[in-house]
Design a protein around this ligand. Sequence first.
Ligand SMILES: CC(C)(COP(=O)(O)OP(=O)(O)OC[C@H]1O[C@@H](n2cnc3c(N)ncnc32)[C@H](O)[C@@H]1OP(=O)(O)O)[C@@H](O)C(=O)NCCC(=O)NCCS
Length: 421
Amino acid sequence: MTDSLTIRDNRTGEEHEIEIVDGTIRAADLKKVGGLATYDPGFVNTASCRSAITYIDGEQGILEYRGYPIEQLAEQSSFLEVCYLLLNGELPTSDQLAQWTHDVTHHTFLHENIKSLMTGFRYDAHPMGMMMSSVSALSTFYPHASDISDPENRYLQITRMIAKMPTIGAFAYRHSQGKPYIYPDNELSYCANFLSMLFKMSERDYAADERLVKALEVLFILHADHEQNCSANAVRSVGSSQVDPYSAVAAGIGALYGPLHGGANEAVLKMLRRIGSTDNIPSFIEGVKAGNERLMGFGHRVYKNYDPRATIIKKATEDVFEVTGVNPLLEIAQELEKIALEDEYFVSRKLYPNVDFYSGLIYEALEFPPEMFTVLFAIGRTPGWLAQWQELVTDKEQKIARPKQIYTGERQREFVPIDQR
Ligand SMILES: CC(C)(COP(=O)(O)OP(=O)(O)OC[C@H]1O[C@@H](n2cnc3c(N)ncnc32)[C@H](O)[C@@H]1OP(=O)(O)O)[C@@H](O)C(=O)NCCC(=O)NCCS
């Protein structure tokens, strides 16, 4: 048996042999079959790159970063360690981790003019909009970032972005609260510093509960990468024009802003509030099955099994609620999950809870307003976007992203002057 595909073109009777490599055929090879192209809205069955960063087996519910199972990373590593792993392919030695932590910690401050930019937003500006704008504005503060072929320069910009994202996220939050922005405290860990910038008031030092710091680490680790999702694809697509990484990541933030991607956990909370009590679950489920709405936090393009991140988050939810007290919406969520997992509609469509089903409950317990949920996702996802971007710019096979279309419009019409229309 050869690794090839024979295609018989019934229009002409001709046969064509097409090579199969890594379980794929090259779409460009189809050109020789009478100029054939593939049509794949939403890229449901199209590989756009080779990648060695994240492995997902959606049928079995497996997620690995650089070959390490997400469960082990969430349990045993820190977020900065995971960032290093995603970006470099290997877990850091203790010296490497110390250097990396030092570098990130010393880039957490923002230029004062970025702060001024942020203060210029309306009082009710969505923090994701503020974050997207601020990250793209960073490209004007670091014009050398456009030299993407220099590995040292890339390292500097990557470090800056990972360091500054929590500062931007926290400033956006303080802005929405009308509170003074809190500068980074370089004595604190990545997540403890973030909590300090968010919640510190008049106290000299802000010491977050260690269990909450750990929960945030876990949440960031779980969100750190997810291979070719909508926002990673946006980063790669924009990055393929060889623009600087701030502009490419700003595009990723824009993609994440959408309700079908990063906004789902906020939608889950709204849904749980609307359901209001476990008594209303059966009628709600009937409405979903009738196609009136979706059960938010359920279903995934890739996972056709329990999302492994949802299992870890469910456990973290319990740890957080030990500190903060139980959120009554948890009971509704658990009951909803139980019913949906037994219902033929959800079972036959392989709809299981995804990462967003429980994350909103944790974020709310940590006293984040819903508009901040996607900002937290963006901070966690930044190393993934940057690892994907770095892989893209060092991949000789990559080209500027430019899909084909099937043109369905009019052709060759005569212009009609306005008074004759
Ligand atoms: C994530 C999501 C966009 C994936 O979509 P997709 O891969 O394009 O899947 P489809 O929209 O084709 O759905 C396949 C079938 O399952 C149904 N379905 C998918 N998600 C559903 C949900 N959350 N509730 C109810 N039905 C759902 C669809 O109606 C469709 O049914 P049909 O075959 O009878 O028409 C989708 O599952 C969804 O909208 N989920 C809710 C939002 C969410 O939680 N997003 C976070 C993702 S991490």
